[in-house]
Each structure stands twice: as structure tokens, then as C-alpha cells.
Design a protein around this ligand. Structure first.
Ligand code: FES
Length: 123
């Protein structure tokens, strides 16, 4: 298994079906992978399909992900910047071994930066 998270460009590798569940989102979801490898993917609702902060774009490997359920599609409709390859990281479950590339959208990254504590000079 290989999953690359853009724009950070971080690739993680692990054996299919060997990853421990970290308790956020569906087991083996892209959010679960991110949690396992300490990659920041926001998940304000805790991974229960009740927000859109885990929204990401699947650049490669979409065919190996489980089909989105209605609740994910309904929720995605409320997300900013939705594209054909949009998925909710907490709901998109990896079902087949292979290589995946996902991109965390810009607004999410901005949010991350703004969410960091300020380290101004002299502070
Ligand atoms: S974390 Fe809230 S919908 Fe995925």
C-alpha cells in the first residue's frame, strides 16, 4: 500500500489490511491512514460524516476506494470547491491494495496555517 498526500508530498507505505484503527472515520479510510502516520487532515466532526473539513481530492486510485454512500454524497454537496474527484477522507475507505494520491484542498491548508499558534517576533 502506498498513499501520497499532496501538497505536502508525503508518501506513506504499509501492508494492506495491517493498519491499526485510530478511532477516527471509517477503518482504513483515508483519514484513518492520515491519523496513523501523523499527517494533518482536519476532521472537525471526528469522522462521522457530519462536516466537510476532511474533504480531499483523489488524484489516483479512486477505483480502489469504496463507493461513496448517500450520506457522504449529501454531505459533499455542502463542501466548498467540490470536484468530480472529491471525497470525504473519513468515509473514503481503501478496499484494494495499490497506490493512491490524494490532495488536501487549499482552504483546508489555509485553515491549518491559521490554526497554528502565532510565533511573532518578540512573543
Ligand atoms: S471528518 Fe467530518 S465529515 Fe469527515
Amino acid at each position: 500500500m502506498r498513499v501520497t498526500f499532496l501538497p505536502e508530498g508525503r508518501t506513506v507505505e504499509f501492508e494492506f489490511d495491517s493498519m491499526p484503527y485510530q478511532g477516527h472515520g471509517e477503518p482504513m479510510s483515508l483519514l484513518d491512514v492520515a491519523q496513523n502516520f501523523n499527517i494533518f487532515l482536519d476532521h472537525a466532526c471526528g469522522g462521522v460524516c457530519a462536516c466537510t473539513t476532511c474533504h480531499l481530492h483523489v488524484k489516483e486510485g479512486a477505483a480502489g476506494l469504496g463507493e461513496p454512500e448517500d450520506k457522504e454524497l449529501d454531505r459533499l454537496e455542502t463542501a466548498a470547491g467540490i470536484e468530480l474527484n472529491s471525497r470525504l477522507g473519513c468515509q473514503a475507505v481503501i478496499e484494494k491494495p495499490g497506490a493512491y494520491v490524494v490532495e488536501i484542498p487549499k482552504w483546508n491548508r489555509n485553515y491549518v496555517q491559521e490554526g497554528k499558534p502565532a510565533h511573532g517576533p518578540g512573543s
